[in-house]
Design a protein around this ligand. Structure first.
Ligand SMILES: [Zn+2]
Length: 169
């Protein structure tokens, strides 16, 4: 298992796409946007490197999109690397399907009420399907909600709370 920096999204793709930030300038190295940490237009982001720094001087800063993702979502390095699809398990490159799931994951995690399918829960927890089912059976993971007779779904907010609790241990 390893981190592959070359798989990090381009800063422009990440900040305007995944993070959905709006920028005041379209040119120049450093561009201004909202600061999600303090709620004002004081975040400066480097267009080429993805480095960010809050000009309000409250300490929000970092060198790349991974550091930003960790800061905004309160994630550890590995969790954020997985979310940005640059954490390789067993040195196997992620499949197209895994990449698609990673994008769906980021979108659905922004909606607390979203119902996540097991592939998404796999993507965010790093657990396999079989170990999720095992942990549900033994009470070590959240019980899913039943959506109809066959579908099994997990509430996004509950999964996030579980991840936070896990990260805090
Ligand atoms: Zn700030």
């Amino acid at each position: 298992m390893s981190f592959d920096r070359t798989r990090l999204p381009a800063p422009s793709d990440y900040y305007t796409g995944t993070a959905a930030l709006k920028f005041c300038e379209r040119k120049g190295k450093w561009r201004t946007t909202e600061c999600r940490f303090h709620g004002h237009d004081s975040m400066r982001i480097h267009a080429a490197t993805g480095a960010f720094v809050c000009m309000a001087g409250w300490g929000a800063r970092g060198g790349d999109v991974l550091a930003y993702h960790m800061a905004e979502h309160g994630q550890d390095f590995i969790t954020a690397a997985k979310a940005l699809d640059c954490w390789l398990e067993d040195d196997k490159p992620p499949t197209r399907r895994a990449r698609r799931i990673a994008i769906e994951t980021l979108d659905s995690l922004k909606t607390p009420e979203a119902l996540l399918r097991i592939s998404t829960v796999v993507a965010v927890t790093g657990l396999s399907e079989s170990s999720i089912r095992r942990k549900v059976a033994s009470g070590d993971f959240l019980a899913p909600v039943k959506d109809g007779t066959r579908c099994t779904r997990w509430v996004s907010a509950k999964v996030q709370n579980w991840l936070r609790a896990k990260g805090a241990q």
